[in-house]
Write a protein of this length. Structure first.
Lengths: 213, 213
DNA sequence: AATAAGTCGTGACAAATTTCACAAGTAGTA
DNA sequence: TACTACTTGTGAAATTTGTCACGACTTATT
């Protein structure tokens, strides 16, 4: 299932490449060079060529890459044909933003259900996704392997434990809490406050002049 | 202004350390070892010690680190005493989430104003932050150096240009668009769709067993 | 005082990632 | 066909980041 030779740094950029290739195709472009792509995604062109090369020789010298071919290749590589079901826990503003986001456009993931405690929300739908009471988590979440956590930090540990018990394998954690999970479960943390603070720190201590992010 | 010896990877972790040290202090803890901290923030203890060591010898052998001392040190280092004013562009769900977030608790940043186009929102406040019409951007944003972009991707380039013209120096970009700015302006991209796709990719291709994130 | 247990700071190494720079090949043109 | 301009794929070097492992010192205990 895994050609486990691709560096993690490369793997993180793949979804980005995929989306921009999609854009290019919609624009009717049939070929693209690493230089053009570089300007679009803000990644060094040599890095892009290196990234692609892990999958083999996908381009042609003097020509560049064929958009459709590359796109087809990435679709397979990123398992874009296979749907991954996702559950969203916590329908606050951030959670609602996710529900409105149309993930299906370029995507292989679908938020299948959401959970909250607010009586106003339970029983309704947002963006076509039904919202259930968190008490129903155990009975409804069967089969879902990925969860997005957009709840208050104070709830994070408790909910995480319940998710783990139900066999979740990946968690996208937006709470400031650093949750603890068994080692076979993958957690990606996105901490909005840290991101903002970090940006401010870089502004003050790493003034830019020629380099770019 | 910058002791420019600190690796970027370290710099990114500083706000995280800072917050957990704050938590510890609120819990009344006076000392902490790199091992304890490691368990809390999920960063290898050797990495933590190395990170701290870039700032000098902050700890004591056989004892650990004094929470208050360390906290005071980080407060200075992260310029927690100096307030950075932030403008938020786009008061959708994601933007609203930011406005509700109480950044002032452990933080040196304050969202001073927000902009949108919806007549329902303009003139109101959310989380104490006034919302203005985007047309008033130029006249109101003076002095603000950092902007959070939570608008549709299609607006990103246009708004970015206006922000740049008004002398912004840092942008936290939540739109899927990879915006283009002059090289002296720092942009951090956070792409929610990419984050989710990326997590799914890792789940499928990099099964965990003992290692952890 | 002596001993044991704990912890830092860091030299040295290892791993991961990025970048340079160029040979080799392709496309386009005349 | 011959020539020019372009672009890939990659060996090699550089840079960045993470980890190991241990000497040196501190605290606590007996």
């Amino acid at each position: 299932m895994a050609q486990n030779k691709i560096p993690q740094a490369t793997a993180k950029r793949l979804p980005l490449y995929y989306r921009f290739l999609n854009n290019l195709q919609h624009q009717g472009k049939t070929r693209v060079s690493s230089k053009e792509l570089s300007e679009a995604v803000k990644v060094d062109s040599a890095t892009i060529r290196r990234d692609f090369s892990y999958f083999g020789a996908l381009g042609k010298k003097g020509y560049g890459y064929n958009v459709e071919y590359l796109l087809g290749f990435f679709r397979k590589t990123l398992d874009q044909d296979e749907l991954t079901e996702v559950a969203l826990i916590g329908v606050g503003n951030l959670g609602t933003a996710f529900l409105h986001y149309n993930f299906m456009k370029n995507n292989n993931t679908k938020i299948q259900m959401a959970f909250d405690t607010s009586p106003d929300k339970i029983g309704t739908e947002i963006g076509g996704v039904p919202i259930y009471h968190i008490d129903e988590l155990e009975e409804r979440i069967n089969g879902v392997k990925v969860a997005i956590l957009t709840i208050p930090a104070s709830e994070a540990d408790k909910i995480t434990e319940r998710l783990v018990d139900k066999g979740i394998t990946g968690i996208l954690n937006f709470t400031p809490a650093r949750i603890t999970v068994p080692s076979h479960i993958r957690v990606h943390h996105i901490d909005l406050a840290v991101e903002l603070q970090s940006l401010v720190y870089f502004l003050k201590h790493y003034p830019l002049d020629k380099e770019n992010d």
